[in-house]
Write a protein that binds this ligand. Structure first.
Ligand SMILES: [Zn+2]
Length: 236
């Protein structure tokens, strides 16, 4: 009986500490002026080494998408000291921001390791909207959305992160608020045109229309449409 209590009590305490947390699902505008990116970033020359000097050497760049990733990172100077990797994998959601859970338990925020997981499977249902299928500007836009999640996660302590995860999985409204305001993070960070181009491509390009017809309910509920994003233009 006592042993059971001793074993259970840390678990009960941690669960209680998670459940009492109050977590705001919304993303907010940062308190600095964003870098002024051009509305079209494709078809220019970029020096990857100069970009790496800006973003830090603690950033993983997915093979084949190095420049798009580096530009997206460069929009988030507040993440310069944060370790982030971008990993192409043959499974999963098209794109997903996650964290190495062990690193969550190490004291010190800057020891955390975040990962943007990018589905690169061949011949899957998601094919038309995977990173490799997107135009360059849309790639930058969606990677900037994923990095927006990292900014949010980095603000949370381990208990708040647990509560965020529970609410995100169980409450549709919470999830919609979180994802839709994460679509504004590229806008807030100077990449509004790029997230607009992503939202437009995944709904209106001839290659994506069949998928969009099937997934319209989900996509338009949880993510901002191109028309909705356009209301935030001209991009600051
Ligand atoms: Zn998201």
């Amino acid at each position: 009986m006592h042993i059971v209590l001793i074993v259970l009590s840390p678990f009960v305490l941690i669960t209680a500490a998670v459940l009492v947390q109050n977590v705001d699902p919304a993303q907010h505008k940062p308190d600095f002026e964003p870098y002024d990116f051009a509305d079209t970033l494709a078809n220019r020359e970029y020096d990857l080494d100069s970009l790496i000097a800006i973003i830090g050497t603690n950033k993983g760049l997915p093979i084949g998408f190095e420049v798009a990733a580096a530009i997206a990172y460069s929009a988030y100077p507040q993440l310069k000291k944060v370790k982030i990797d971008m990993v192409l994998q043959p499974k999963g959601a098209p794109m997903e921001a996650s964290m190495n859970s062990w690193s969550l338990l190490i004291p010190g925020r800057n020891n955390r390791q975040y990962r943007i997981l990018l589905n690169d499977a061949k011949g899957s249902f998601f094919d038309p909207i995977l990173l490799r299928s997107l135009p360059f500007d849309a790639q930058v836009g969606i990677l900037a959305h994923e990095l927006g999640h990292v900014v949010y996660y980095h603000e949370l302590n381990v208990f708040k992160f647990g509560k965020w995860g529970l609410r995100y999985l169980k409450n549709e409204e919470f999830r919609a608020t979180h994802e839709r305001t994460t679509d504004l993070m590229p806008v807030y960070h100077g990449l509004g045109s790029q997230i607009y181009q992503y939202a437009h491509f995944v709904r209106k390009d001839s290659s994506t229309i069949p998928l969009y017809k099937k997934e319209k309910g989900f996509m338009d509920k949880y993510y901002m449409t191109d028309e909705e994003l356009l209301e935030f233009s001209p991009w600051p």
